[in-house]
Design a protein around this ligand. Sequence first.
Ligand code: NAD
Ligand code: TYD
Length: 358
Amino acid sequence: MILEGKLKKYKILITGGAGFIGSHVVRRLVNNYDNYSIYNLDALTYAGNLENLKDIEERPNYTFLHGNINDETFINSIFDKFMFDSVIHLAAESHVDRSITDPLVFVKTNILGTINLLNAFKSLWFDNWDGKKFYHISTDEVYGSLDDLDLFLETNPYKPNSPYSASKASSDHFVRAYGETYKMPYLISNCSNNYGPCQFPEKLIPLFINNIIDDKELPLYGDGNNIRDWLYVIDHAIAIDLIFHKGENHNTYNIGGFNEWKNIDLIKLLCNLMDDKLGRAIGNSQKLITYVKDRPGHDRRYAIDASKLKTKLGWTPSVTFKEGLSKTIDWYLSNQKWLANINSGEYMSYYKNQYSEL
Ligand code: NAD
Ligand code: TYD
């Protein structure tokens, strides 16, 4: 059981807390649970940004630890020092296109880094797992690509198609295996595509918002008919909080928005919302849509059946897609400095390489 009001605070290690989803999870737990000490471990790769957490960095129940999950010695040392009661593991290389260019980085962080955490956690608590849990945050992409009618269920076989999803699938298997072999208490959730404030502008929605602001081409892969199921990031953070506290040990939960969109339709909606907010003629930004060569191995459709989470734990998304998209656009429009800081250095050379045909 999680201790409340005891002298020793319950310590939760959140990995990847300076990233997109991690920062929303850290903020939620720091704000909602004074009885926890929240430790945010992040290597601050190109995707990690402490600006995402400025509002909570001075809070007494929050500590930032700068370090890499691939560094086994460092990981063991912080587990020895702080004796974390639980782990919520989000740190990962997360972008499919980068995984196609450089799969090994994904193997190192997503697989080996996860194993370093599992080993350190096991060494600490193997004799008595009481009140401990390892919560691994994963993706629906491990299930592969869907035909028109099916939905991903927790019982679906894994069929990852990209180096990214293969590395996440592998880490999911290791977490489950530690649960079976060492009786480590664990939870896994597999979520659909997230969008919202603080997402790095290499993913579809923030990239296209950024390009529309700058009047740049919108590079749509293939025929634009690929389908994704979109969830507002704060709804993902709410689900993670709920699963961490109420999820059943040794269980997997799918999280999704019940919200499937073809890329081309989503982009047209985004263009029109942006035209409206920027005072441009409706239809203007759609002219920026540029079909480019398809992503290799591009999964056709993802769609989550989140009914287990809904019926067992009572979770449903709190915002509609239009509301979430509108809030997201507003955030990017009023955080131009955040974008400007990113639009330099490593990211621009990635962009030039990835979109060389534009
Ligand atoms: P992100 O790329 O925005 O952030 C990843 C964070 O991990 C960054 O802060 C980065 O600095 C940190 N990190 C990377 N390598 C590290 C290492 N070796 N050691 C320590 N820290 C490291 O990713 P995100 O979109 O916030 O995704 C977070 C998690 O959620 C990932 O595990 C991802 O697979 C999963 N997920 C993402 C989505 C999505 O749509 N973005 C959907 C489902 C699941
Ligand atoms: P992305 O945001 O990279 O997420 P994922 O590949 O994990 O689903 O891409 C979402 C969809 O948008 C996917 O079908 C690929 C497509 N896409 C483009 O058409 N153009 C782009 O420049 C990017 C980054 C993605």
